[in-house]
Design a protein around this ligand. Sequence first.
Ligand code: ZN
Length: 328
Amino acid sequence: MNEVLDKKIIGIDLGGTSAKFAILNQQGKIQEKWSIKTDTSNDGQLIVHDIIESIKQQLELSELSTEDFIGIGMGSPGTVNQANGTVTGAYNLNWKNPQPIRQQIELAFGLPFFIDNDANLAALGEQWLGAGNNEPDVVFVTLGTGVGGGLVSDKNVLRGAMDAAGEIGHLTIEINGYTCTCGKKGCLEQYTSATGIERMARDMADAFKNDSSLLKKKIENGKTIDTKMIFDLAKENDKLANKVVDRAAVYLGIALGNVANLLNPSTIVLGGGVSKAGQFLAEKVNKEMQHFLFPTIREYTKVRIAELGNDAGVIGAASLVLNELLKK
Ligand code: ZN
């Protein structure tokens, strides 16, 4: 038996409200998982300390030692500097200055440590064991309160010159469109995030003349609307809801078509809260995207819904460790 192949990996998925942990084998199977609350007080200075303590406790509980592991992988919000193992600009963690995360964690455990942006790791997770079916070229798009993305090319994350590649949410899909939080106009995020879809619905309700729409009635009566309601009504053939969903699908079609023309992924995976609309959304986006694909890749590029849910991050963290160790 090959002892190295039996060793495990620790995956960490750090977020603004909780840090999720998993112990995985080298096939990406989760053997144990747990989570702790993220304590963002004191400029987030307790976060890494809490992560280290939590891992130590879990190893003791599971009667494991650092000898049983080949490495630790971690996803973090903010801008991750791969070379230095630091994170900057993670505002939901209250981290204002660069955080020397690799240094702290390697010091605590003496294991190789690799870190990446959380969206990149979700992309790696879905590429490996989720909707990407371990195909080497997969694009992951998360449609949540914002729109983010991760580009996996030949099984590796494309990071770009400033570790800033994959900002699919800020692709321009409408000239002089809604102003984005980034300062630019017409970004995809303003139309296809949960908040973007809800705003489109309210704006489109004003100009919509057909009174038979329940969505229009709800908006006019000042009722709160959400993305799930819009999709549910669209599935029931509500005219306004369908117009809103179709428009979101066109914008996604333009953006993903351009991404596919550039990167030629086999699969584009849709994740995040909006993707709970499921096959209904995937089919519409896939249909629209076909109009924007150049002939060679038309009919070939698939749009699929993410499969790993909250586990994508820790599974991606394990994938990162394996990828990076393989390069060494
Ligand atoms: Zn933007």
